[in-house]
Design a protein around this ligand. Structure first.
Ligand SMILES: Cc1cc2nc3c(=O)[nH]c(=O)nc-3n(C[C@H](O)[C@H](O)[C@H](O)COP(=O)(O)OP(=O)(O)OC[C@H]3O[C@@H](n4cnc5c(N)ncnc54)[C@H](O)[C@@H]3O)c2cc1C
Length: 378
């Protein structure tokens, strides 16, 4: 039988595809990576605009407690010491997130953990909710009415495009409430952003691997099908099957980017807008991800992005899967169809798996697949 040119065709040059390609190459596998976008990197791709690194598809902060993944990414890039401290603004007042003693001081003027704890307990008791039937009841039963109305309600309704009373309670399983003055958004052991952005990480992973941009698998299916023994497919699984069983649903985003001729717009990387009257959920000021880069911080201009959640319509970017019952069943049906019709194709990454994965989980999943495919050990 004629040998195919590649062992693996990897569809999608995001973090999943790039990690898998790196590992395959280490094992002597011949790989080609294709992506329909004009660049490599998928959603972690960064632009450099006038000395400022811009997270093109939304802000990306690397955080993990997985030491294997942390050691792995540190082979390719140096991480800065960025720690996410988000600010929320509601009706002209500022609050720290995640909910902690700074937030409670700003909200109720309390200074001691026991005072804040007593207020939350009182509000939870007054709400008398035993079995929360929706997200509103769930949130109030966890953190009380003030925090819910000021910091959760408007933001969540914009994010999902529906009133909290119509959203399922299990979207919020728990809400982290800290009775300490710790503003660090994440609890993970390791956190940061690669100096200069994520392109160097992707470049390191894909070094020496053949890559093609502007190449959509769907449009070039017949030429691509025969070139590799196996395919790792990180695009949407429903699109692969031409939506034969129906469309998977997503929440999408619209980004509105501005280059302002001022040095400092908001003094922080992310400011959330939690009131319903403001149509966007947050403003990102990209230079603050690069806190230790004096040239970026002191640049006489700044780049900001307003983020507007929106419905997913054909042609829009599929950002967040909606893992409700309908979509979960539909995705399982697509996986069953794939097993039957294309057993040599692995559907993976956030789109193939139809799951929100943080970056560390994406890398860990790629490691697991590489291990399953050919016994790769990091
Ligand atoms: C707004 C937002 C913010 C986020 N912030 C964080 C964060 O702070 N921290 C964190 O850890 N994670 C964050 N994430 C998650 C992170 O983006 C993912 O973990 C990661 O990007 C997943 O990588 P992937 O390779 O699976 O998918 P992607 O990055 O989406 O890559 C898939 C690639 O496949 C390509 N593709 C699709 N279909 C085809 C086709 N038919 N032909 C060719 N190519 C195709 C796409 O163009 C894309 O480049 C965030 C996600 C979003 C949406």
């Amino acid at each position: 039988m004629e040998q195919r040119k590649y062992d693996y065709l990897i569809v999608g040059a995001g973090l999943f595809g790039a990690t898998f390609a790196y590992m395959a190459k280490q094992q002597g596998k011949r790989c080609i990576v294709i992506d329909k976008r004009p660049h490599l990197g998928g959603n972690v791709y960064c632009d450099n605009l006038g000395g400022i690194t811009v997270h093109k598809y939304g802000p990306h902060i690397f955080h993990t407690s997985n030491k294997e993944v942390w050691n792995f990414v540190n082979k390719f890039v140096v991480f800065n010491q960025f720690t996410l401290n988000t600010i929320a603004t509601y009706k002209e007042k500022l609050y720290n997130l995640p909910f902690n003693m700074h937030t409670f001081h700003q909200m109720w003027d309390v200074t001691k953990p026991e005072e804040a704890f007593a207020i939350i307990e009182q509000q939870r008791r007054e709400a008398t909710i035993e079995n929360p039937r929706n997200l509103e009841e769930q949130a109030i039963s966890l953190v009380g009415r003030d925090v819910y109305e000021t910091l959760i309600k408007g933001y969540t309704e914009k994010q999902w495009g529906r009133p909290c009373r119509e959203l399922p309670a299990d979207i919020i399983k728990r809400l982290p409430v800290r009775f300490s003055f710790n503003n660090n958004y994440f609890n993970d052991r390791f956190q940061g952003i690669p100096e200069g952005g994520y392109n160097a990480l992707i470049g390191g992973l894909l070094e020496g691997t053949e890559c093609l941009t502007y190449c959509n698998y769907i449009d070039n299916r017949s030429e691509l099908e025969g070139i590799a023994d196996e395919i790792i497919y990180t695009g949407p699984i429903d699109e692969f099957f031409d939506y034969r069983l129906g469309r998977l649903e997503y929440r999408s985003l619209r980004f509105e980017q501005e280059d302002l001729p001022i040095c400092n717009f908001q003094g922080n990387a992310i400011v959330n807008y939690t009131s319903a009257e403001v149509p966007y959920t947050r403003i990102v000021e990209h230079k603050w991800f690069d806190t230790y880069n004096a040239a970026a911080i002191n640049a006489p201009h700044t780049i900001i992005t307003r983020e507007y959640p929106q419905d997913f319509t054909p042609g829009a970017e599929p950002y967040y899967p909606i893992n409700d019952e309908r979509n979960t069943v539909l995705h399982k049906d697509y996986l069953a169809l794939a097993k039957k019709e294309v057993p040599d194709i692995a559907f993976a990454g956030r789109l193939g798996a139809y799951k929100y994965f943080d970056m560390d989980k994406t890398i860990a999943e790629a490691m697991t697949l590489a291990n399953r495919e050919y016994g790769y050990k990091a």
